[in-house]
Design a protein around this ligand. Structure first.
Ligand SMILES: [Zn+2]
Length: 476
């Protein structure tokens, strides 16, 4: 080989290696660009004062495509300061606050941006939006580290955030970054009806320090060491914890998912565990793998019934004490939310049907799978059909914003039940296999993102117009 040519080839090889390295770097940068935001939390609970002292570090990347001079976070505990603005349905007040109203909320100590004190303000009627002024302009794709110190006072109540003589509910307690809608940061009120929370998936490292007697339910338990419970959750749009000194724990594994059940007796824990495991099996088979390594189902003093968080659901303790079958129904509904809400997120304020109708209809599919077609049919006739015949819902589309509802009854009938009727109509038209294939596609393509209604319609293919009829009110 002539030396000159060899030299050229050597140079070419160097260039080629350089190009490969550059390409690898670009790929690495691209992946770095889509990395989740990170929340690192160290929280200590004082059971004498019912307060939680929180140190929270948030590493976020500006994905808005614009330069930002401020950031906005949801600080939901502040919705509990004033009775008139608390997220409780007025006619149900005595269930929510059996000992009368008592205030709760977050007191912000300091806010730092990249270790420098930053100016901040609380906005919104409920003061649930923490607006942080950045001491510099944060360009698109730039990253920043926020450090928040705040103390949350828990109210004695039976809502998502609070304590009772049996439990402590730390749900929607930690600050979350507001979602940016392209123009500005979302500022959704903490409404009494529905679940008014919209947030992007992030990675969470949470350490909770509590007195020794407590048992803490939370996603991704890593270890418990000297009163410190350490949790690690990935791809989670929120992080909730429930604790009690009276918890009994039962655990099992299903489809590779570690399942733990927390309740006030071993029998109750075992019963809920069985429903949880059965739900994970049914929905994994139907839609695709459960989105996390573990799942916790826990009893709580939560009078509303059931509430979903990523890899954790809480069920009101009263459900465990009656044998009307509602424990199983609510357990299956909340487990279904791990696919529709936690896995595939959606806009729960502007399109609450998108997770609730799917969770409700999935619950009926759970009964069909476990107990047969007759069980599905009897639930359909008793729960779903009446919503399609409800005179006040005639011509009303399933696609309604949350703030349209003052009563949970109407919200349930339209969003859950008539929404489930829409899905059943689609299943009958498409045939079971094509319908389930569409839901699998929707799940697969939108996992860990916030899906738009159009993403759901796309997955339906030729049947999108049929769904639109229900959503917009052309159907019954
Ligand atoms: Zn639900």
């Amino acid at each position: 080989m002539p030396a000159k040519l060899y030299g050229f080839l050597k140079k070419y090889k160097l260039l080629l290696t350089g190009a490969v390295l550059m390409a690898a770097l670009c790929v690495a940068l691209t992946f770095a660009g889509v990395q989740n935001d990170r929340y690192a939390i160290d929280a200590s609970y004082d059971e004498q004062t019912h307060t939680l002292a929180v140190e929270q570090v948030i590493h976020m990347t500006n994905r808005t495509g614009e330069t930002l001079d401020h950031l906005c976070l949801n600080l939901y505990p502040n919705a509990f300061w004033e009775q008139a603005r608390a997220p409780v349905i007025k006619t149900e007040f005595s269930h929510a606050y059996p000992h009368g109203f008592n205030a709760g909320g977050a007191q912000v100590g300091s806010v730092k941006v990249n270790d420098r004190e930053a100016a901040w303000a609380l906005d919104g009627a409920q003061k649930t939006f923490l607006r942080v002024q950045l001491p510099f302009r944060l360009r698109a794709h730039g990253s920043v580290e926020l450090t928040l110190s705040y103390t949350v006072t828990l109210p004695n109540n039976r809502l998502r955030m609070g304590y009772s003589d049996k439990d402590v509910r730390l749900c929607n307690v930690f600050a979350t970054l507001s979602v940016h809608d392209g123009d500005h940061f979302r500022a959704d009120a903490y409404s009494a009806v529905g679940d008014p929370f919209v947030s992007d998936c992030a990675d969470w490292d949470v350490t909770l320090r509590v007195p020794d007697a407590y048992v803490v339910a939370g996603a991704g338990l890593v270890e418990k060491k000297e009163g410190a419970w350490v949790f690690k959750g990935r791809d989670m749009r929120d992080f909730a914890l429930v604790m009690s000194k009276d918890f009994h724990v039962a655990q099992t594994e299903q489809d590779g998912v570690s399942i733990r059940s927390f309740a006030y007796s071993q029998e109750s824990a075992q019963e809920a565990l069985d429903y949880a495991a059965q739900s994970i099996k049914v929905f994994s088979d139907l839609y695709g793998p459960y989105p996390y390594p573990d799942f916790s189902i826990c009893a709580a003093q939560f009078y509303v019934g059931g509430m979903e968080y990523p890899a954790l659901v809480m069920l009101d303790e009263s459900l465990y004490r009656t044998d009307d079958g509602m424990l199983e129904f609510v357990a299956a509904h909340e487990a279904a939310h791990q696919w529709w809400y936690a896995g595939v997120g959606s806009d729960q304020v502007n399109a609450p049907w998108q997770d609730e109708a799917l969770a409700e209809y999935s619950t009926l599919l759970y009964y069909e799978s476990v107990y047969g077609a007759q069980s599905f049919d009897s639930l359909y006739q008793s729960m779903v059909r009446p919503a399609t015949e409800n005179a006040s819902l005639k011509g009303v589309g399933v696609d309604q914003r949350l703030d349209r509802f003052e009563s949970a009854a109407l919200y349930d009938a339209l969003i859950y039940r008539k929404g489930a009727a829409m899905l059943h109509d689609l299943r009958v038209s498409m045939g079971n296999d094509a319908f389930i294939a569409a839901l699998r596609k929707y799940y697969d393509e939108n996992l860990y993102s916030i899906a738009a209604p159009s993403n759901f319609l796309e997955a339906l293919g030729d049947n999108a117009d049929q769904a639109l009829g229900w959503l917009k009110g052309a159907k019954p």
